[in-house]
Design a protein around this ligand. Structure first.
Ligand code: MG
Length: 429
């Protein structure tokens, strides 16, 4: 006889299902919840509660000092495809909403290298990997954690899908770990000579994240004596059966310089890279200065327009909207709306920049070209780049402002106005 769930009624009509008591005493219908993980929310459960309620946690072990990949920094702090290795790894776990807490275990000397935020907390590592994992597990003690995934920071190409499938499998097994069957022939060798062959039958290449029932793996770590290769070894020493899940060839452990190159290729292949272009023209009228890319340039005339007529910033703003397929400046700030009359154009650029950030894009670079016979742009280009840098929060070496004349041809050549073109490249990891 099934007991009714406080939130979910659907299980009551499905035979042969089990009920599990989650944190806060919430009773879950397991099959419904399994579907919930697969679909990102509870598909069958009428309560629609997210699996976050089931108290999944993750530990990312990043306390190593490994510099085999070259460079002075331990590999987790080295750059990879535009971010640090650690940022890629953490980002993959952050993308999985079903994980309530993420403990990042850092070397004691590195604690100030990563600012805890959101669900991410930082714990101090120990002398060995095993000790670091134990510290991470102890940091989760006292919370109602049901399942924990333990992952090596050097596997930065881990995908949120692989993480989710580990959580799904933990509904049915006490311990799970991804692995890839060994397909190459195996040799023993000495002094660059093959000294024997090794049967590869039943051999697997182990990966992480390795997932466990929290209480069981905590107890196993507390009881383990020695320096384990991984957490599966600790689990097996405590007689916890570990089920092998299909691994992912892209989930490589970054160790050497060639690994960095391969990881970069994998991550760049997953990136959403977009380019947008913008073009704008404003005509000269009465005035004593023009505003270009946020800088007021003294001149014998001004530019006419509804706002401050910053033709460069308008072209740039349109380039950002264009990259996101989000229309144009006139759509977001209609000229018919009196509130934008005389407005400083940084309002528009800030809006487009903020939109890019909210959609998860990093602005990789921008390039603005101002087309006019006068005023001279060159003396002001650094000030313009500085102004754009301040508005967009972008480094100067990613911002270009340049100028050209049109050889006295056309409306710009006749000095009737100024035209501007811009491109922007946006990257979403
Ligand atoms: Mg304009």
């Amino acid at each position: 006889m099934l007991n009714p769930c406080a939130h979910c009624v659907i299980y009551a009509v499905i035979p042969n299902t089990t009920i599990k008591t989650g944190h806060n005493g919430t009773r879950w219908h397991l099959d419904a919840c399994l579907l919930g993980i697969l679909h990102g929310h509870c598909a069958l459960c009428v309560c629609g509660l997210s699996l976050k309620c089931m108290s999944n946690a993750a530990i990312i072990v990043a306390a190593g000092r490994g510099t085999r990949a070259g460079g002075d920094l331990p590999k987790q702090w080295q750059p990879l495809a535009g971010r640090r290795v650690i940022d890629w790894t953490v980002g993959a776990f952050e993308a999985v909403d079903e994980i309530a807490s993420i403990i990042l275990v850092l070397h004691p000397d590195d604690l100030d290298h990563f600012a805890p935020h959101g669900r991410i907390e930082v714990a101090s590592g120990g002398a060995t990997r095993g000790a670091s994992v134990r510290n991470g597990l102890e940091a989760l003690g006292g919370r109602d954690v049901q399942h924990v995934l333990i992952h090596d920071v050097a596997r930065a190409c881990i995908s949120p899908d692989v993480i989710r499938s580990s959580l799904v499998a933990l509904q049915n097994y006490p311990a799970v770990a991804p692995a890839v069957p060994v397909s190459d022939a195996l040799w023993r060798g000495e002094n660059d000579q093959v000294s024997g062959t090794q049967d590869r039958t039943g051999l697997w290449r182990a990966q992480t994240p390795q997932g466990f029932e929290f209480g069981a793996i905590l107890a196993a770590h507390r009881a383990f004596d020695g320096d384990p290769a991984d957490d599966v070894e600790v689990a097996r020493a405590a007689d916890i059966p570990v089920t092998i899940l299909p691994g992912d060839e892209d989930n490589l452990k970054i160790t050497t310089a060639p690994d960095f190159a391969r990881a970069e290729k994998i991550l760049r292949g997953q990136m959403d890279i977009r380019t947008g272009s913008g073009y704008d023209v404003h005509r000269f009228g009465p005035g004593d200065h023009v505003v270009l890319c946020g800088v007021s340039v003294p001149f014998e005339r001004g530019l006419q327009g509804h706002s401050d007529a910053d033709v460069g910033m308008h072209a740039l703003t349109d380039a950002l909207y264009g990259a996101m397929a989000e229309g144009d400046i006139g759509q977001h700030f209609p000229p018919s709306d009196p509130q934008w009359k005389g407005a400083s154009s940084d309002i528009f650029l800030r809006h487009a920049t903020q939109m890019a950030s909210e959609k998860g894009y990093n602005i990789s670079n921008i390039d603005v070209t101002l087309i006019c016979e006068f005023p001279k742009i060159g003396p002001h280009s650094i000030a313009m780049r500085t102004a754009l840098s301040g508005i967009m929060g972008l480094d100067m070496d990613r911002i270009s402002v340049k100028a050209t004349t049109s050889e006295k041809l056309g409306f710009t050549g006749r000095g009737e106005g100024i035209a501007a073109m811009a491109t922007a490249t946006l990257v979403r990891p």
